[in-house]
Design a protein around this ligand. Structure first.
Ligand SMILES: Nc1ncnc2c1ncn2[C@@H]1O[C@H](COP(=O)(O)OP(=O)(O)OP(=O)(O)O)[C@@H](O)[C@H]1O
Ligand SMILES: [Mg+2]
Length: 462
């Protein structure tokens, strides 16, 4: 499994030697003698790696390096430098070369380096391919999200969809637990089968057992017909047990038996009936704590928790908000039968800054309302429920990314608070220090840091 390698050196002997060495190692080799020739070869075909001398008759290896990287950012470049050329070599690496060897070098040294470079190339290529697929899968069916946590959830959904393993989905209210449960069902082998939702918190306790497991005729007063129950209604499909933490203790035992033996016994029945269901459970409670407190059976917990999917609150995945907004605006415009609306910049910014205690459901309600209220083809700030305006936005929910500067961000907050304290203290720094719960000395240091002047206190040196 050879790689395609371009060797660029004006020294015929070295070029020959490298060609032989690399071909013997199983690679396909192309050679060039000059900078111009190397650039020509690079224009003609893709190479996995480039090995180039730094000193070339018509230029430098540095130019070949840039030319190669311009064409293919994942090409791996090894520089050959003369003895003493370390500084240039370091510069080459700064510009994107993988590594360098100094003449005279040992063959195995070069080959080992090349192997590592090619390995890196493979990983870079693989990651790019992965990113491309992920790009397409910022939506997985109706599930939307680009944050690492949602990407991990979607990846897990894909991986577990076709198994029968039980899944426990946790997360605050409105984070999308039911959506994820549906996604698991729809992407799996049971998609053709039923998806049965049971809200364990909403069933009246005395009816719950027969609702779930069915009953025989005459099993209790009023049982004039036999029923299958919800568990059997999910035969061949998925049983979604929502708010599983609310399941009463006696039913926890019975559910455990269903999970263990894949059989149900209807109320008043003698026989057990085999079922083929997949169970997905969800809760916004801390089920581990319920187990510790003795409110939830540990054995049932372990049975359900075979695979755990946790949906973080929306405020911890702000990156998802723009995507969700776009999707939800589209969705509600379609539902309302109006042409797609735009979001004004101000509206977008406001939406990004809200704390969303009700998570995606809350965001969806806000968007739905805005779609109804919008008077033009754009959703404006005034279409958003800004009654909560003076609710301070959560400073920890700011959008972060490679361009984010934590020091500048925290600095800006610090500076605003300092200015406010000075203002409230009427410019008296000892007073401002008191308001901030700090010392005069510390305040003075902070003010100097942000170049905030003023003040006329004794410049004591305490
Ligand atoms: N990742 C997502 N992509 C698109 N829509 C989402 C996503 N997550 C949630 N939603 C939307 O948010 C709403 C709430 O989702 P869902 O009902 O699944 O939440 P939940 O966690 O089950 O809430 P609860 O605990 O209150 O039952 C749904 O209308 C769904 O359309
Ligand atoms: Mg729900």
């Amino acid at each position: 499994m050879g790689a395609r390698i371009l060797v660029c050196d004006d020294e015929a002997g070295l070029r020959e030697m490298l060609s032989v060495l690399l071909r013997r190692a199983g690679h396909r080799v192309t050679t060039a003698q000059t900078r111009a020739e190397a650039l020509e070869r690079l224009a003609e075909q893709r190479f996995d790696a480039l090995i180039t001398d730094l000193a070339l008759p018509d230029g430098t290896g540095m130019e070949v390096l840039s030319g190669a990287l311009d064409r293919d950012p994942s090409i791996q470049v090894l520089m050959i430098t003369a003895y003493g050329g370390t500084e240039e070599a370091v510069e080459a690496m700064r510009r994107g070369a993988y590594d360098f060897v100094t003449k005279p070098f040992r063959n195995h040294e070069l080959l080992a380096l090349l192997d590592k470079a090619l390995e890196k190339r493979r990983i870079v290529d693989e990651n790019r391919a992965l990113r491309e697929t992920l790009g397409a899968s910022f939506r997985a069916g109706s599930l939307i999200g680009r944050s690492p946590s949602m990407q991990a959830v979607m990846d897990m959904v894909r991986r577990i969809a076709s198994a029968r393993t039980s899944v426990l989905i946790t997360g605050e209210s409105g984070t999308g637990k039911e959506m994820v449960a549906r996604a698991i069902h729809e992407r799996g082998a049971r998609a053709e089968g039923p998806f049965v939702v049971v809200n364990c918190g909403a069933l009246p306790p005395q009816l719950m057992e027969s609702e779930l497991f069915g009953h025989e005729r005459g099993a209790f007063t009023g049982a004039t017909q036999r029923t299958d129950g919800l568990v059997r209604a999910a035969e061949g499909g998925t049983l979604f047990l929502d708010e599983i933490g609310e399941l009463p203790a006696d039913l926890q035992v019975k559910l455990l038996r269903v999970l263990q033996d894949r059989r149900v016994r209807p109320v008043g029945g003698q026989r057990e009936i085999e079922v083929d269901i997949r169970v997905v459970a969800a809760t916004n409670r801390d089920l581990e704590a319920d187990v510790e407190a003795g409110h939830f059976r540990r054995d049932l917990f372990y049975r359900l928790n075979v695979i755990r999917l946790h949906l973080p609150p929306l405020r911890e995945r702000v990156q998802d908000i723009p995507l969700l907004c776009a999707h939800l605006v589209e969705k509600h415009c379609a539902l309302a039968g109006r042409p797609p609306l735009e979001l004004s910049d101000a509206a977008r910014r406001w939406l990004l800054e809200q704390p969303y205690p009700g998570n995606v459901r809350e965001l969806e309600n806000v968007v739905e309302r805005a779609v109804t209220l919008a008077r033009t083809d754009t959703i404006e700030l005034e279409d958003l429920p800004r009654g909560a305006e003076d609710r301070a936005p959560d400073p920890g929910a700011v959008a972060i990314g490679p361009g984010f500067d934590i020091d500048a961000y925290l600095g800006a907050i610090e500076k605003r608070i300092l200015l406010r304290a000075l203002d409230e203290a009427g410019g008296v720094r000892t007073e401002a220090a008191k308001l901030l719960g700090t010392t005069f000395r510390s305040l003075r240091y902070r003010l100097a840091k942000y170049d905030i002047g003023g003040g006329d206190e004794p410049a004591s040196d305490d």
